[in-house]
Design a protein around this ligand. Structure first.
Ligand code: UFG
Length: 332
């Protein structure tokens, strides 16, 4: 196989996938703006990092001209639901316009394999759970809509230009590499597990539980937390599938296990042996009460399933990353 262009490869999920590609003897090239990504998250010093934007046609052209690129794994995107509500244009520019440019350059150079980091946010409010891939897609925020629109565009690229795609619809990406070398480091941080661990560590005063009157087991929102390394292995499986079968594939990536916010807090206390300082707040606008996957299709088509089904292991790795030598932060 030729090389694999990984967009957003210095980001959270991208960097874990790049590491795994290298471990499997594949050759990734990373393009990342480093706006949210971290140079140090690319562990292999021989992996080429191109700092730049997917909207830069000349830069992309030079990458494809110079390297024999066989497939693209596309992570680069803005991914904050709340921000997408107030700044939709930013999301449509970065999550649709820039990858459209990439698709055009791919087409020019005859590269037709696209592994796409999609999301359960493309489903919108769940009509049933667990969610399978046939659940209607009605995104309720510009972030989810931007991912859905790129899925639609890719379907046309398949029909008209014979592209093959994998739509990997993640549930809640979480955890860190089990050896603690790379992990989650967003600024600002909005995700539940790092916020809980920050509160335990005293890096923030408390965590606020957003809503306690949801129709769930304990009134708090239920989500499906999937280990970042499991997400990474799914990308490799999808790449292998497209290359061997020459077929596109759509898969939900989750564990199938729903965990409530209160359950998460209790398990974080159990894993760390420390109390979580907490407050109760209003519902956060746009939060569906429950979201968890039916991951059967990923198993039957890709032979993939989550290896970390107990969320305590996810918390354990996130905690090790946070309290490790880097104190949970990359250098830049
Ligand atoms: N939560 C709190 N307090 C906080 C932060 C989060 O109670 O301070 C709750 C949220 O209400 C939610 C759960 O914890 O119920 C998880 O929240 P996250 O912000 O960690 O994750 P989301 O489920 O909102 O978002 C994730 C991904 C998005 C994706 C979305 C799909 O981060 O990229 O799932 O719904 F779009």
């Amino acid at each position: 196989m030729g090389k694999i262009l990984v967009t957003g490869g210095a980001g959270y999920i991208g960097s874990h996938t790049v590491r795994m590609l290298v471990d499997k003897g594949l050759e990734p090239i990373v393009i990342d703006t480093l706006e949210y990504g971290h140079r140090e998250a690319i562990l292999n010093p021989e992996t080429e990092l191109v700092v730049g934007n997917l909207g830069d046609t000349d830069l992309l052209g030079r990458i494809f001209e110079y390297h024999d690129i066989d497939a693209v794994i596309h992570f680069a995107a803005y991914a904050s639901v709340g921000e997408s509500m107030s700044e939709p244009e930013k999301y449509y520019q970065n999550n649709i316009s820039a990858p459209l440019n990439l698709l055009s350059v791919m087409r020019k150079y005859g590269c037709k394999t696209f592994i796409f980091s999609s999301t359960c946010a493309t489903y919108g409010n769940p009509q049933y759970a667990p969610l399978d891939e046939l659940h209607p897609q009605n995104p309720i925020n510009p972030y989810g809509m931007s991912k859905y629109m790129l899925e639609l565009i890719l379907k046309d690229y398949e029909r008209a230009y014979d592209f093959k795609y994998a739509f990997l619809r993640y549930f809640n990406a979480s955890g860190a590499s089990p050896d603690g070398l790379i992990g989650e480091d967003h600024n600002p941080e909005t995700h539940l597990i790092p916020l809980i661990l920050d509160a335990i560590q005293g890096d923030r005063s408390h965590i606020t539980i957003f809503g306690t009157d949801y129709p769930t087991q304990d009134g708090t929102c239920v989500r499906d937390y999937i280990h970042v390394n499991d997400l990474a292995t799914a990308h490799l499986a999808a790449l292998d599938y497209i290359k061997t079968k020459n077929e596109s594939v759509v898969c939900n990536l989750g564990t199938g296990v729903g965990v409530s916010v209160k359950e998460m807090i209790a398990m974080a206390e159990e894993v760390t042996g420390k109390k979580v300082p907490l407050q109760y707040g209003e519902r956060r606008p746009g939060d569906p009460p429950f979201l968890f996957a039916n991951p059967a299709q990923a198993k039957s088509i890709l032979g993939w399933e989550a290896s970390y089904k107990d969320v305590r292991e996810i918390i354990k790795h996130a905690w090790a990353w946070k309290t490790g030598i880097k104190s949970g932060k990359f250098l830049q």
